[in-house]
Design a protein around this ligand. Sequence first.
Ligand SMILES: Cc1ncc(COP(=O)(O)O)c(C=O)c1O
Length: 494
Amino acid sequence: MTTATSSTPVHPSIQPLGHQLAASPSIDAALRAIVDEVRAKSVQITDARPANPGLKESYEGLMARAAAVRGRPLLYPYIGSGLGNGALVELADGSVKWDLISGIGVNFFGHSDPDLMHAALRASLADTVKQGNLQANFEPHAFSETLLAEAAKGSKLKHAYLTTSGVMANENALKVCMQKHHPASRVLAFRDCFMGRSLMMASIGDSHEGRVGLPIVADVDYMPFYDEAAAARTSPAAVTAAAVSRLEEYIHRYPGQHACFIFELTQGEGGFNVGRRDFFRALMEVCKAHKIAVWDDEIQTFGRLPRMFAYEYYGVGDLVDVFCIGKMTQVCATLYTEEYNPKPGLLSGTFLGEAVSFEVGRRVIERLRDGDYYDRVDDKGNVVQPGRIARHHAAFVAQVKALAARHPEWFPAVPEIPDIVGGVGGMMRFTPFGGRKDKIQAACKAIFEAGVVLFYCGHGPYHLRVLPPLGVMNEQDWPRVFACIEQGLAKVPN
Ligand SMILES: Cc1ncc(COP(=O)(O)O)c(C=O)c1O
């Protein structure tokens, strides 16, 4: 049963049985009955609450079993019950928490969303769970069409290859760049970048912890990322000129040997570091002049910035050759321009994914497209009306500032960053305790206990990282969330 519909009208009498089934009113009624039943329970979740003491023993049993299979205790004592309501999630111990990390950016529409549940249930009727590169229904193509239609509005990206993880989308992107520029094989990457955990991506990613005991299998030249604090001390133009000069130095040292420059336009794991249009454009133009592919990894940023694509937000879409998304799209994808369309045989694999992921992913993109999330801009890119994501960011900043005013002792100045609160759009960070790793990790745990799930990022200074489910969160929720955060921070030992 395929749920993706044909654009050419077909007479009902010759519709394949699978398509007739998709249009069945009794199936539709059954799916709606299931969603209503879930909703009836879901709406009973209305605020954060502590665990039910009667469930303590059974929960500890689940935690012990999870630790046994993993080989170490879980980082957070988190095992979901399978139900939630928007930004609130219920755990198997009966507690309810604000989910401000959304599966590290995956669940932008929160928990038990009726519309996405309906799409998932419908797609689950497909004849097989997995669909592959060789044999698929139309769902993966419908997902790609929807994504490419949005991508085409601000870039030359034309084709997509789907996969099941962000790291594999990046592997495919690297192969596309290398094939195009063979025999060039060096990679340019920003300091503090993160690209996933395959051997190759761990080699390129700038994190020592991610490659302990591993051989380095890539020749990488690291570039400074845009440094907001340095730009405030000197000027954005000076920071850009220094980076361009470093790039030219590498190109001079290794002429014709760079296949690509990987751009993570707002760094995720690296600390929610924000870039700047002139900086990125200057570097990308040098790449163009030297036939180095511009590869844009939006696996963490996609959908979360004040524009749908980070390349739109930074005004660099015309310069992007290869592009990756994942996380909130449920399906991961590598997109490329016509010029970078690889030779047959380069990209393949057993799984493309599941109809549920394709159809939920397609709904996610449609809802992002049709909602009021993004800034409205004029022809010159100036914001004429901020969208919901920008408004949430402003509400978040106001909460952090108010918290810091109540507890200045928690927020000493951190010289490496311009402010104790930062990020952009739905990538939000704040930096108590001078960004010390031990204190930030302790803060994550204490805040979890107090009813909010968040995480950390950065390589020093470390920050508290917030990736909220802005698709379903209300601006009025922030004071309730920060009441829990304040309670948690108060418990962090000195
Ligand atoms: C920028 C970026 N690239 C790649 C990845 C890897 O994605 P995945 O964990 O789905 O393999 C991530 C994941 O956090 C990411 O943030």
